[in-house]
Design a binder for this molecule. Structure first.
Ligand code: HEC
Ligand code: HEC
Length: 352
């Protein structure tokens, strides 16, 4: 762990960090070694875990080597309301695969109608994220899957209760005995994670473009992709997931939280909640932009209703750029080209 007290920050350093990262990403390709943070938070520019080695942007490819039986078992668990204390909420209730892998709400609603404090991120392509949750508090999908089950405002249950309920179901009992030896919490987490790993939306127009199909992008989308690199969006939204491989502060070039006009909440603390380091205040895992046209509303607080507004705010607060309507439209056309296809059997019960 790096020391928690650091020399005072210089705004210039943060600005330089953004420009340097943009340049690096543009020219190809060491991922930034640290989170890009708001100057206000105070940062010497070092400290967050390094992003995994990945080029700036690459096509999505379907995962190989997943056990199809575990994927099928995980799919059933993901759609099973018996994982919640009162039997009313499944993972799929909030992560609806028919609507981009999320719920379309500003903040999630769990058992007994309880409202959570952050926007539901999509589960699509979540296996590519270097950490899970907005603040990165879970290392991977296996660890993550225990979170919502035990969260009192989401599913409000626990493994002994879930195991007792599922054990009465002969199909589950047989599948767990065969694949894991026994039905227990870690096995449930593993099967759900295997299923989530399979939720890769390959074959988006942008992937076809990266693979050499010169007709895959409309002229507007192609121009948007150029802007995305030239303006420096790609400094943070990078990797096959166009996000999910580093942390960054919200409000590098301006005070998003002051301008939002609503008092900051605990959820706004971001990664600070995990590390308690001042420079991690308002720092979040950079979200994936895959399928982003389908996952409104946006940002960790769900405060942004439209993609247009999200792009506008990003340009202003992360890059200090004002976009005219034409360039905004081109960026949106590019973001729309990131909508891909789920595997045909991804949704257990499409009629639900
Ligand atoms: C009540 C709604 C709700 C339910 C039910 C729910 N989730 Fe979530 N999920 C959320 C919210 C909200 C977050 C973001 C929480 C945070 O970052 O603090 C999240 C985050 C995640 C993430 C991390 C994605 C990322 O990019 O960081 C994954 C993966 C995930 N959920 C999978 C699941 C699984 C598996 C289940 C069932 C065991 C489940 N969720 C149940 C609302 C829900
Ligand atoms: C300095 C890093 C950084 C740069 C540069 C950046 N972003 Fe972001 N982006 C983020 C972070 C961090 C978030 C999450 C903020 C939050 O939820 O509070 C985000 C969120 C988004 C979202 C909302 C995603 C969602 O699911 O909620 C969109 C859309 C987006 N960015 C597009 C862009 C575009 C387009 C550009 C260039 C004009 C850009 N970003 C530049 C870091 C960055």
């Amino acid at each position: 762990m790096p020391p928690s007290t650091r020399p005072d920050p210089a705004i210039a350093i943060a600005v330089l960090a953004v420009c340097a990262a943009a340049l690096l990403a543009y020219f190809a390709f060491a991922p930034p070694e640290q989170a890009i943070r708001a100057p206000a938070g105070g940062s010497s520019g070092a400290g967050a875990p390094a992003a995994p080695a990945q080029g700036p942007v690459s096509p999505l490819t379907r995962p190989v080597g997943l056990d199809p039986e575990k994927v099928r078992l995980g799919r059933r668990l993901f759609h099973d309301k018996r994982l919640s204390g009162d039997g009313t909420v499944a993972c799929a209730s909030c992560h609806d695969l028919n609507r981009g892998g999320m719920d379309g709400l500003p903040q999630a609603v769990g058992v007994r109608g309880q409202k959570g404090d952050v926007n539901t991120p999509t589960v699509l392509n979540s296996g590519l994220n270097f950490r899970q949750f907005w603040d990165g508090r879970a290392a991977d999908l296996v660890e993550q899957a225990a979170g919502p089950v035990h969260n009192p405002t989401e599913m409000d249950s626990n493994w002994p209760q879930v195991v007792a309920r599922l054990s009465g179901d002969p199909a589950y009992a047989a599948a767990f005995a065969r694949l894991y030896g026994r039905l227990e919490g870690p096995a449930i987490q593993d099967a759900i994670a295997a299923y989530e790993q399979s939720l890769v939306t390959a074959d988006a127009p942008f992937d076809r473009h990266l693979q050499g199909d010169a007709t895959a992008l409309s002229p507007a989308a192609a121009e948007g992709w150029r802007l995305f690199r030239d303006l420096g969006c790609v400094a943070c939204h990078q990797g096959a997931n166009l996000g999910g491989n580093m942390y960054a502060g919200l409000g590098v070039m301006g005070d998003f939280f002051r301008d939002r006009g609503r008092a900051p909440t605990k959820a706004d603390l971001g990664r600070y909640s995990v590390t308690r380091r001042e420079e991690d205040r308002h720092v979040f895992k950079v979200p994936s932009l895959r399928n982003v046209a389908r996952t409104a509303p946006y940002f960790h607080d769900g405060s942004v209703a439209t993609l247009e507004e999200a792009v506008d705010l990003m340009a202003r607060y992360q890059l200090g750029v004002r976009l005219d309507p034409r360039r905004k439209g081109q960026l949106i056309a590019f973001l729309e080209s990131l909508t891909g296809e789920l595997p045909a059997d991804a949704v257990e019960d499409p009629g639900r």
